[in-house]
Design a binder for this molecule. Structure first.
Ligand SMILES: [Zn+2]
Length: 457
């Protein structure tokens, strides 16, 4: 009797383990099943690392990727190169994050019928980007390293997210032999989402967003620049003595003396709070992509460091996508739409996903946004008239970030003050010299291309 009781006890224990195992599996199945089927190695979805079914289209219906064709990627070599980082390469050095995130929506996979429910054709993923705009961005960048981003700050649609350098996924370079001149350095990095740059003077917009709320009457003040200031024995200098200026001319002149004075009066905490409101040191998640964090840390900053941080130097780093969203928030009166890349998915003729617009938290007050808009518009009229597009009211700020070497990072960011074309943008060119001369013409070409695409819709 004793041994039977013992056996019953062991059977009970075994049954408990079995039940626990089954429960764990069922729970995990419902939580993760779509990830299991759509992981890159899944034979149901991918063949030799290639998407086995479906199509990826740009906002105008241009096929960027199709399992129906032998080469899979777009027909045009220009489009293939211009959209490389969105779609990934065959070797997996550039991961196809967007595709992976939406695989289950694209293939009509469902949890009860599994992959048997998958349509072998007809799956479509629609992106918000325009292949035409991406191609214009690539041509304007002309082989230089950096990124060009444009998005609609009212809806969140990203029209352009170009990263250079790039290559044709059907003819990838061999980095052992083809990169002697460094032209492919960092080519696997999707710079728009996964890089962080020293911003230089575009960061004066962050400083001003904080100061306009902190220092009442700032808009009417005048600033005197003698060409340099010494703070804690360190020199903050301007390209020349700007003399006496209004606030808007101090921004147009990108006067480091005026902005260091503003930063010291305002103090560390207000500037740090503004960086936090802009989420500069956070990642944002969109369509399977997690953006890189920027950096803004004044914890050990002395006065000279604070002055340097306020003009986009010191240890400041911004992620291009994040800072573009801040530009959208200025254009949008303090808040913007969260950016996204996928507008919809269909499978078996039925819609399986449709994107919706989400708003960001408030990044600056509506008064500060209105004043910045006015100042940035003045900037373009006074300093970068060549970038202006009739009927589109370009508002912008340039930057030339010192990054330790002789070569500066050129930056240019802003938005269109336009109901019809509510576009925010950022252009960054590594080793690009001055932002106004290098990046402004790129921004003009790409914004014009965006307007042409929107007019055609
Ligand atoms: Zn100055």
């Amino acid at each position: 009797m004793k041994s039977i009781a013992k056996r019953t006890f062991f059977c009970l224990i075994l049954a408990c383990f079995l039940l626990f195992g089954v429960l764990t599996f069922v729970i995990r199945y419902f939580l993760y099943a779509d990830r299991w089927v759509s992981f890159t190695g899944s034979p149901h979805v991918y063949t030799n690392g290639r998407l086995d079914t479906g199509e990826i289209l740009d906002r105008s219906g241009t096929v960027l990727y199709s399992s129906e064709t032998k080469q899979a990627y777009a027909e045009s070599q220009t489009v293939r190169r211009a959209t490389l980082h969105l779609l990934g390469d065959r070797a997996g050095n550039i991961p196809a994050r967007v595709l992976r995130a939406y695989a289950s929506k694209l293939f009509g996979y469902d949890k009860l019928n599994g992959t048997a429910a998958m349509e072998r054709s007809g799956g479509k993923l629609r992106l918000t980007v325009s292949a035409q705009v991406q191609a214009v961005a690539m041509q304007a960048m002309n082989g230089r390293k950096g990124t060009v981003g444009v998005y609609n700050y009212k809806t969140g649609e990203i029209l352009c997210a170009f990263s250079g350098p790039t290559f044709d996924p059907l003819d990838p370079p061999d980095l052992e032999t083809d990169n002697a001149d460094g032209r492919y350095d960092g080519v696997y990095i999707y710079r728009f989402f996964h890089a962080a740059y020293t911003p230089g003077s575009i960061f004066k917009l962050t400083t001003l967003a904080a100061a306009l709320d902190q220092l009442p009457g700032l808009r009417e003040e005048r600033f005197t620049c003698t060409g340099e200031r010494i703070i804690n024995g360190q020199r903050i200098s301007c390209t020349k003595a700007h003399g006496e200026q209004s606030l808007r001319d101090a921004l147009a002149n990108s006067c480091n003396c005026a902005f260091s004075e503003i930063a010291l009066r305002m103090g560390k905490d207000a500037l740090s709070a503004q960086a936090e409101a802009e989420r500069l040191t956070e990642s944002i998640e969109l369509d399977g992509i997690t953006t890189s964090r920027g950096k803004f840390d004044l914890s050990d900053a002395a006065d000279n460091d604070l002055a340097s941080a306020a003009v986009g130097q010191y240890t400041d780093l911004v992620n291009p996508c994040q800072y573009m969203v801040f530009m959208g928030a200025i254009g949008g009166g303090g808040r913007a739409a969260e950016p996204y890349l996928v507008s919809g998915a269909e499978s078996g003729g039925k819609q399986s996903y449709a994107a919706g617009t989400k708003e960001t938290p408030r990044m600056l007050s509506d008064e500060a946004a209105a004043t910045l808009k006015e100042l940035m518009r003045h900037n373009v009229q006074k300093m970068y008239a060549s970038v202006d597009i009739p009927g589109a009211e370009v508002c912008a700020k340039s930057g030339t970030a010192e990054v330790g070497s002789d070569a500066n990072t050129a930056t240019f960011a802003g938005f269109l003050d336009s109901e019809k074309y509510p576009l925010a943008f950022i252009v960054i060119v590594e080793e690009g010299g001055a932002g106004s001369s290098t990046c402004a013409p790129i921004a003009r070409d790409v914004l014009q291309a965006c307007i042409n695409v929107l007019d055609g819709e």
